[in-house]
Ligand binder design. Structure first.
Ligand code: ADP
Ligand code: GN1
Ligand code: MG
Length: 363
């Protein structure tokens, strides 16, 4: 009997049948700290090899409207990376995600409820951090994200589907928030006037990067777009970046988006959802550490203007994420997973506090 934990109402048993596992399935357990998909660790027992793990994920199709396109992007990019890893003598099963195919040779399984599932090989002997423990870890993650963008420089960007339109279009995120304020679906607007005022004062800032893009001052690149620290695995022994995961939002974007999103999450003294704001500060020393690692990893591809845009990436990705959390709070928490009533509000507040401190630092 397979032990299944945290999958009430989902067709896990049916999904398990769709795959040829390399052993007897023992356990399926909810896993990780992602805000979007439903992630499970599947443990199989093999008489020769012992325990073998897999990652099983139900794709969030209310967010990723065309899951087939998400999978096409992921398979395209990981196939491309796999070739490069093999050429340099690396281990492709640890250094990029491997989509494990169904019995029918498909990259995903659509269950009888219409939900989309995928399986990845589990990246073994690696850690996934929720916060920086040692600056060196942040440096290594920066190097990996920088070199990820560098390697994808030759990837045909036109082949990528836009899995979430306007994902990092900060003015659009601002407008979405204003629409949520107008609707006030949950009657929560009155309690967040202070936060809204802070954001309204920064309306003009929201346009900074999109304008430079429009004016062709900044080039579009193939970017990850969700570069927080728990979307990279570090080798348990060497602590070096081994594999970049969560490839759902790989799309054309700006280097400043990837850089900024890492800073927003990693260069902070407290968790993204810390309710006690007195604990939340921007850590400028971690910022400098990340900058150094990112520039090293990106190599010589970044233009002068791109390098100059990185601090704006940090400010705007943080402001944007704060606006997204606040929008979700006002709309009734339908986007980000929450585990307490004011979770999204706490998240929004940490982001806005970080923005304010970044502004003082980058003045
Ligand atoms: P979400 O989109 O919900 O953030 P992720 O793809 O980031 O989902 O996965 C959630 C978590 O699961 C990650 O933060 C990581 O801890 C773990 N994870 C995902 N893929 C793998 C993998 N191939 N090997 C090991 N752990 C993984
Ligand atoms: C989500 O999927 P996850 O948890 O890695 C979100 C990011 C946000 C982040 C905030 C597809 O990332 O954009 O920055 O939460 N991903 C999506 O923690 O919306
Ligand atoms: Mg994730």
């Amino acid at each position: 009997m397979v032990k299944v934990l945290g999958a009430e109402g989902l067709c896990v048993e049916e999904v398990l049948q769709a795959y040829d596992w390399k052993g007897q399935i023992e356990k399926v357990c909810r896993y990780g700290a992602g805000h979007i998909n439903d992630t499970f660790e599947v443990t199989a027992q093999n008489p020769q090899e012992g325990s073998i793990d897999y990652i099983l994920q139900k794709i969030n199709k209310s967010i990723f409207k065309i899951p087939e396109q998400v999978m096409e992007n992921i398979v395209g990019v990981t196939d491309f990376l796999r070739k490069k890893i093999v050429e340099r003598g690396g281990d492709p099963e640890r250094e990029t995600l491997t989509v494990y195919k169904t019995k029918d040779g498909q990259n995903y399984y659509k269950d009888s409820q219409g939900e989309y599932w995928r399986v990845y090989l589990f990246i073994e002997d690696a850690i996934c951090l929720q916060s920086v423990e040692e600056p060196q870890q942040f440096f290594e993650s920066a190097r990996s994200f920088g070199s990820f963008m560098n390697q994808l420089g030759e990837y045909p960007a036109a082949a990528l589907h836009e899995t979430i339109p306007d994902f990092h279009n900060t003015p659009v995120r601002y407008e979405n928030l204003m629409r949520a304020v107008e609707k006030d679906a949950m009657g929560r607007v009155a309690s967040v006037e202070k936060e809204l005022e802070f954001i309204r004062q920064r309306k003009e800032d929201c346009f900074y990067l999109v304008r430079l893009l429009e004016q062709k001052e900044l080039p579009l690149r193939v970017t990850h777009n969700d570069t927080k620290l728990n979307n990279i695995m570090l080798d348990s022994k060497t602590q070096k970046g081994i594999c970049i995961i969560d490839l759902d939002t790989i799309m054309p974007g700006l280097a400043a988006y990837d850089f900024g999103d890492s800073i927003r999450f990693g260069a902070a003294t407290a968790a993204e959802d810390e309710p006690d704001l007195s604990k939340v500060h921007f850590d400028s020393s971690l910022y400098q550490t990340y900058l150094e690692g990112y520039l090293q990893g990106a190599g010589d591809v970044l233009t002068r203007q791109e390098i100059d845009s990185l601090p704006w990436g940090a400010r705007l990705m943080t402001l944007e994420c704060g606006m997204r959390f606040l929008t979700d709070y006002l709309e009734g928490d339908h986007y980000f997973k929450i585990s307490r009533p004011e979770h999204n509000l706490d998240r929004a507040r940490t982001q806005l506090k970080l923005v304010w401190e970044m502004e003082q630092y980058f003045k």
